[in-house]
Structures are given as structure tokens and as C-alpha cells.
Design a protein around this ligand. Structure first.
Ligand code: F6P
Length: 474
């Protein structure tokens, strides 16, 4: 059976999520992100995603799987109610605890990973989860339709879908970095092969930067012995050729500014302005993921205050570290470490008239936008990151203009590196010195770099980014 959608998107997390209130009523909340903005420019499409919450499951069951259109777009949503055990093993065990760790080089290798019998069950669940997506995509796509499969959760789905529907044009896009072969080979051999061959089931494999695309090509050559043409950017394996694309996602400046002008953001700007009280603001906004390197960022701020006492009382660090993947103990422990270091900084430097650090760990999008508005310096220091949109959003919204202290390991460094203060994210001294340089710039200097950063950040907005991927598949 084939469907009727000319364009189908697949990702683990969908564009909308449902919560159950105390009376058992469902409320829908639209998510954010480049894919959602990008789809507004595409005609009719179907988005296949997993039901993640209890509310999602109920909404999907009541709607028979297919939910209404996403607001302001022609996209319908199909939520898959995958058996909970299968979902958790695939999402927590394989996607977040293994593939995420591989691509971000996060393993503490003397002790993890352990590929044991429990892992075998998790991997089997990941295969089933990918198959559930492949089945749904095969049902939704019109003959000859285009299907865009997203990210490390769904590396096997492209090959599975090709097997079910050879008529389709299939793209896969990785939003994370890709690991170099010597690290990718941590995976069991059959798994490493399945992941690469899964992605190569697509006609195009897209990446956010040249660097991640190159790493993927290296893995194909090294692990699969595939034929890699670096000039043409193609991989030929088992008689099929996959084209590699590089599509650096940017932000939609107009949409972001409109959002920031809304009253909920502006009231938070007023509150934060009072708290910062005329001092310079160093801002960071992250989900609390191990790869975001928040603890070292706070340590670098502590070092700044120790090495350059001139800033005592003259600067405030506004640090938002929002919860992420709290099913995993290692993520919860990381949040606790962030809070511990923050308390230590307050203890060491705080005075009755000056709170050196404002840390928030509860998600609040309008407050994040408000912080960007007040930023003089933006600190983005991930150990490794596919792109990092904070580095792009901050300069667009900063009212006075902000300098950017940016990890050289963030994908965004490829486009923003010229105008940012690049740092090695492991090097606290270098990061503290870069913060000092950023604070020492004149306001005009920060304004100038900020304008250049904003221009680079908005060069490829989500609509164009997605259209380019669809064109590649045409
Ligand atoms: O930031 C990279 C990314 O892969 C996004 O593309 C994706 O939305 C997110 O991580 C997944 O996070 P979560 O586990 O919260 O859905």
C-alpha cells in the first residue's frame, strides 16, 4: 500500500507534544527548531515521529495515529505508539547512550561502553524501532515521493525503507557531529556496518559541516571499504551510490526578532535587566547535555574572576542549563555538578551587592531569548557539537551587540570562526582569557563583530536549508 504524501519527514521527536492536565485533558504544545521553521515553506507534507509522552500516546490513540495539521503549515503529523520497552531501549540505550556518545567522543573508555547481552537487547529494540518508522514511511509516501529521515535515532530506516519502497527518493540528515573512524570503531563491527549501510540506503546523506561529512566519508572507506569519491562527494557501496551534502543550518533573523518582541520575552528582559543592574552580561544557554561542557564553562568563569579581579562586581554570568534526557543517571549527575560549581562560585565571590552568577535549570524559552537581548558576551564552549544554534541566535538578538567566545569544536565555528574568539573547550585558561578579551572590547567593537556574526548566522535560514535538501533529492 502506498500513501499520498509527496514529502514525508521522519524524526524521533515530532513538531508537537501533548501533555495531560490534572483533569485528564490534552493540551498540545508546538516545538521549535529548524525543521519546523523549514517546513513552513514546503507544500503539503506528513511528519512521522514517535509518541514520547503519555499525552502523545493518548492523542495518537484517539486520533488513530494521524493528528491534525501543525499550526501555520500544511504538515500533518503521524505519531507512532511504539511499545514502551522497545522505545526506551532504542532511545536511551542505543541512540542517547551509545550513538550520541560515539559521535560526541564522550566515552570514559577505561570503563564504558560495555557491549554485553543487555546491549544486544537494546540493539534489537533499535532495529525494531527503525523498522516501525520504515513501515510508516512506506505507508505514507506517494509513489516517487521524497522522504527526509533525521538523525542518529534513525540510521537504519533509510535502507529499510528502500527495501520496502525502491521507488522513493530518500535523504538522511545528521544533526550531530560524525565520529572519526578510529572512534567509530568502538562500536561492535556488525553495528558499525549496519549504521553506515543504513544511512547509505539513502540517495543523499546530509551533514551540517564539511568536517562531519568528511568524517562520514572516512568511516565509509575505513569500516566498509566503500568506494569514496571525495571530489564528487559520493560513496559507492554494494552497487549503489549515495551523494553526500553539506547544509549548514542557520536562523531566520526576522522570525527570531518578531518572537523576541513579544510581551512574554520583553517582561523577562525587564526582570533580567534589573538583576544584571548595569553590569556586563556573559550569557550561556544550553540543554544540560554532557557535550555542552557547562561545568568547564563555569570553571572558566571562576578562573576569569580569579585571574582578572578587575571584573569583580562588574560582570554577571547569566547561565541557563535546561534539563535534558533525565532518564539517564549520568545526565542527572551532570546537572547536579553544574549546580554544585555554581554554588561554589557564588560562595567564593558573591557580596551583599553583587551576585556573580544567575543560574537557572528550568526550561523557559522566552527567558533564553531575553538573555540573548542583554548579552555583551556569549559563551558557547561545547566539547563537540553538530552546529550549535545558540551561537547564531545570540548575535541576532543582542541589543548592544555581543562578542562570541566559541569552541572550535562546534560546527558553527566553520561559519562564525572569523568573527568569534575561538577556544579549545578543554582549556580553561584559554577560555578565561578569551572571556577577558571579550569583556575588554569596546562596545563599538562588540557591535561590529556581532553584526558580522548575525549576518553569517542568518545566511542560510531553515526554509532555504530544507529546500536545498529537497532539491538534492529531486
Ligand atoms: O542537537 C542535536 C539533536 O540531535 C537534535 O537534532 C535533536 O532534536 C536532539 O538532538 C534530540 O534531543 P532529544 O533527545 O531531546 O529529542
Amino acid at each position: 500500500m502506498t500513501g499520498s504524501a509527496a514529502v514525508v519527514v521522519a524524526s524521533n521527536r515530532g513538531p508537537v507534544s501533548y501533555a495531560l492536565d490534572d483533569d485528564g485533558r490534552l493540551t498540545a504544545r508546538r516545538g521549535g527548531g529548524g525543521l519546523i521553521s523549514g517546513l513552513s515553506a514546503v507544500g503539503e507534507a506528513v511528519w512521522v515521529c514517535a509518541a514520547l509522552t503519555e499525552g502523545d500516546r493518548r492523542a495518537a490513540r484517539e486520533a488513530g495515529g494521524r493528528l491534525g495539521l501543525i499550526e501555520d503549515s500544511s504538515t500533518a503529523v503521524r505519531m507512532l505508539t511504539i511499545d514502551t520497552t522497545t522505545f526506551l531501549r532504542a532511545y536511551n540505550g542505543v541512540a542517547n547512550s551509545t550513538l550520541w556518545f560515539v559521535h560526541h567522543l564522550l566515552f570514559d573508555t577505561p570503563s564504558v561502553p560495555l557491549f554485553d547481552e543487555r546491549w544486544e537487547r537494546e540493539w534489537a529494540a533499535y532495529v525494531d524501532y527503525n523498522a516501525a518508522f520504515a513501515d510508516a514511511l512506506a505507508e505514507e509516501a506517494a509513489p516517487g515521493g521524497r522522504v527526509l529521515v533525521q538523525d542518529y535515532h534513525l540510521t537504519l530506516a533509510p535502507a529499510m525503507l528502500r527495501f520496502r519502497r525502491p521507488d522513493l527518493r530518500i535523504g538522511h540528515f545528521s544533526h550531530t557531529p560524525w565520529a572519526p573512524p578510529e572512534y567509530f570503531r568502538v562500536l561492535p563491527d556488525d553495528v558499525a556496518t549496519a549504521v553506515l549501510e543504513g544511512v547509505l540506503g539513502a540517495d543523499t546523506a546530509g551533514f551540517l559541516t564539511e568536517r562531519w561529512a568528511e568524517a562520514f566519508l572516512d568511516c565509509c572507506a575505513d569500516v566498509l571499504g566503500a568506494q569514496v569519491d571525495r571530489e564528487d562527494r559520493t560513496v559507492t557501496h554494494r552497487g549503489r551510490t549515495t551523494r553526500i551534502g553539506v547544509h549548514p543550518l542557520g536562523v531566520d533573523g526576522a522570525e527570531l526578532r518578531d518572537r523576541a518582541a513579544q510581551p512574554d520575552v520583553q517582561s523577562r528582559v525587564a526582570t533580567l535587566r534589573e538583576q544584571v543592574d548595569g553590569r556586563l552580561a556573559i550569557v550561556r544557554v544550553d540543554r544540560t547535555e554532557l557535550s555542552k561542557n557547562i561545568v568547564r564553562g563555569l570553571e572558566a568563569y571562576r578562573l576569569l574572576l580569579r585571574r582578572y579581579p578587575t571584573w569583580l562586581g562588574r560582570v554577571v554570568h547569566v547561565a541557563f542549563a535546561y534539563p535534558s534526557r533525565h532518564d539517564l543517571p549520568v545526565y542527572r549527575e551532570y546537572t547536579a555538578a553544574v549546580q554544585r560549581v555554581a554554588h561554589e562560585i557564588d560562595d567564593e565571590f558573591g557580596t551583599p551587592g553583587w551576585q556573580p552568577l544567575l543560574l537557572h535549570v528550568q526550561d523557559d524559552l522566552p527567558r533564553s531569548l531575553a538573555a540573548y537581548c542583554l548579552a555583551d558576551v556569549l559563551l558557547v564552549n561545547p566539547l563537540r557539537d553538530g552546529m550549535n544554534l545558540v551561537a547564531k541566535e545570540g548575535p541576532v538578538l543582542s541589543e548592544r551587540g555581543c562578542a562570541l567566545v566559541l569552541s572550535r569544536e562546534a560546527g558553527a565555528a566553520e561559519e562564525l570562526g572569523r568573527d568569534a574568539l575561538l577556544v579549545n573547550p578543554f582549556d580553561l585558561v584559554e577560555t578565561a582569557d578569551a572571556l577577558h578579551r571579550a569583556l575588554s572590547m569596546t562596545q563599538e567593537q562588540r557591535r561590529e563583530v556581532s553584526d558580522r556574526l548575525a549576518a553569517a548566522a542568518t545566511a542560510l535560514p531553515p526554509q532555504q536549508w530544507l529546500a536545498a535538501q529537497l532539491d538534492d533529492l529531486a
